[in-house]
Design a protein around this ligand. Structure first.
Ligand code: NAD
Length: 343
């Protein structure tokens, strides 16, 4: 009998419960050995405990150090901070990894296989912002301070090099704006070359590109890139651009990795426009679950899940409405389970 793995489960808001149900059904079919500790956050957290990130939820992740999470809504009134940003801070989730791979051929770009790593806790995202009033204009000057540290760069860069090498990747490209933001993004570029020279040269190649040129190159010829790593704000933008190359956010999973925990999620939000209708595409969350299986070294189950998704989409032609198909969440999930059982 395999060892059980305690993990926190947050279904999330909107379509969250529907796609989480589908994902758990697939994980059950794989006999994935997770012992789920079920908690709430986001809007559900506000309704249940008056807090979008209730202490019980935080305690659970502190204990399990592993979570699968649906999309969370941050209520606009009430001065709540984003639960997602709070989770990154609480568990020092310094690395956000988004694999971007073509699953449905025939789109604008075929055979995309990109890995995007984003520094997740530093940079301009830290939100050190203020206004300076002049005369009667309280917002006459706006100032934002970005903070990047050597240690923060080392954390994400070590994780990137190690993961890319383990996955058999050939090249890491550092994306930066060190020609203009010489200190803020220069420290990231400089640290990448130092670290590569000391620890990873000979195992994987390293090059670099300025962020604006990178956007243009990604759209003209995305196949020239293999693995991208960058600072927080650039990573936020580039990882969405990369998701767009393979058909949008509905297929994009994300892993948030830190010293204290790892949290896996779909990149998309709670899709309030289709919530409760049973129409949502659960693939992004299922792919996030595959990343979670890889994280706990159940690579065989992760591969079976990815193969089942690909076979359901491409051989069986079963697809949800967002992909032009007629399946709903339940019929799509049933097709996945059949593939898992027969695959
Ligand atoms: P969204 O990703 O929820 O929806 C954008 C569009 O994509 C909608 O038309 C939606 O129907 C569609 N869509 C998204 N996921 C889908 C799926 N799995 N299947 C089929 N269609 C899908 O973005 P939004 O509307 O900007 O955000 C809604 C809420 O989600 C907001 O409160 C936002 O803050 C939150 N959000 C949370 C996360 C997270 O928790 N990681 C990420 C993004 C947005």
């Amino acid at each position: 009998m395999s060892t059980r793995i305690p993990a926190t489960l947050i279904a999330g808001d909107g379509i969250g419960p529907e796609i989480m149900d589908a994902t758990l059904t697939a994980l059950d079919a794989l006999e994935a050995p997770f012992d789920w500790d079920v908690h709430v956050a986001g809007l559900a957290g506000v309704h249940a405990a008056g807090d979008p990130l209730p202490p019980d939820t935080l305690d659970s992740i502190r204990r399990t150090r592993l979570a699968l999470k649906g999309p969370l809504e941050t209520p606009s009134g009430g001065g709540y901070r984003s639960s997602n940003v709070r989770l990154r801070e609480a568990f020092k989730l310094y690395a956000n990894m988004r694999p971007t791979k073509t699953m449905v051929p025939g789109g604008r770009f075929d055979d995309i296989d990109l890995l995007v790593f984003r520094e997740n806790v530093e940079g301009l995202y830290m939100g050190y912002e203020h206004y300076i009033p002049i005369n009667d204009d309280p917002h006459a000057v706006a100032i934002a301070t970005g903070v990047n540290t050597r240690q923060g760069a080392l954390n994400i860069l070590n994780y990137t090099f190690q993961t890319a090498i383990a996955l058999g990747r050939k090249k890491v490209t550092v994306v930066h704006k060190a020609n203009i933001m010489k200190a803020l993004t220069g420290i990231f570029l400089e640290t990448a070359y130092q670290l590569h020279g000391e620890k990873y040269a000979g195992q994987i190649d390293l090059d670099n590109v300025i962020v604006d040129a990178c956007c243009m190159k990604l759209v003209i010829n995305p196949w020239q890139f293999d693995t991208l790593v960058t600072t927080n704000l650039f990573g936020d933008i580039l990882s969405d651009l990369a998701a767009g190359l393979v058909g949008g956010l509905g297929m994009a999973p994300g892993a948030n990795i830190g010293h204290d925990a790892a949290i896996f999620e779909a990149v998309h939000g709670s899709a309030p426009d289709i919530a409760g209708k049973g129409l949502a595409n659960p693939i992004a969350l299922m792919l996030a679950a595959a990343l979670m299986l890889d994280h706990v070294k159940l690579h065989d189950k992760a591969t079976r899940l990815r193969r089942a998704i690909s076979a359901t989409l491409n051989a069986d032609k079963v697809r949800t409405g967002d992909l032009g198909g007629k399946a709903n969440t339940k019929t799509f999930t049933a097709a996945i389970v059949t593939r898992i059982q027969n695959g």
